[in-house]
Design a binder for this molecule. Sequence first.
Ligand code: HEM
Length: 300
Amino acid sequence: MQDYHTLKQDYKFTPEEAELLKEMQPHMQSLGTQFVEEFYDHIWGLGNTAQFLKDKEIIARHKEKIRLWYIHLFNGTYDLQYFMYLYKIGEIHVKIGLPTHYVNSAFNFVRTFILRSIEDNFVNKTQHVKEIHAVEKIIDMNLDVLTSSYREEELSKFLSMSKVEKTILSGLKKFNSYINFFLAGALALVAFFAIGLFVYDIYLLFFSDIGIEKGILTVLGSLLVLWAAIELIHEEINHLQGKGFAIGAFIMLAMAALIRKILIYSLSAEKADDLMSIGAVIVGLSISYWLVSNKKDSSH
Ligand code: HEM
């Protein structure tokens, strides 16, 4: 952990502010139970909270720890032991795989709760401003230490690798980004060809004996493929910007291509067998698409 003196200096946290926090403790402590209840209401609205706070026993234990942590915020003594205690809390959250988003959101609640509570006890403006400064600093220092465990977890994973492993990892990352740019280029090419296909289908519609019905269905089919290709490019752009990649878009493209085939084949009686098998593949792809998008929803 970074030296705690430096941490206090970086936040310009003064002994007077520590003293002020101590003076606020009795009032804050009297709100302890209310704090814990509202804290829980807040974090329970965060989606997958129950996945981490699994049973009544853990919840009861956590509630008590949260109450103590809250009271300790106003202890007035912020020494090595205090910061080690915060660091350990961070480590536990890293160990259970709690995303930092939860911690950040919980802190946002803590901040608003405390600011609301000191407003209730307003004496005069100078005092009020001093209290706000002290509270903001102690909250931010807490958040800093808690999230530093997350950063160090990443760093230690990297530091514990040998030189060869690090070289391989960096090489792979570079290679991966080149491939991704290549993929983006290839997708643009596909979209370009899909436009060509669309133009060609229009040409067939007007200048061949394909027939108006089949001609229009063919044009519709190529538009469908173009739309799916655009969707895929959109996903790839997201991926390049570090937002993850949805396999669903690929499945959608495959479905669009097959639906296009069905649109065309549906008009010719001799392709009935092909139609059946394409239909079966589309059903399979739809199920995969449903599974993939369901999994994505539940992991958010
Ligand atoms: C202001 C934010 C938070 C603070 C200050 C905090 C504080 C703590 C403390 C003091 C512990 C006990 C550490 C120890 O045993 O040494 C703990 C553990 C734990 N926390 Fe938090 N927590 C926060 C947010 C959250 C959130 C948002 C979740 C879940 C969504 C969570 C889930 C847990 C779990 C599952 C444990 C382990 C409980 C056990 O098995 O005893 N915490 N937390």
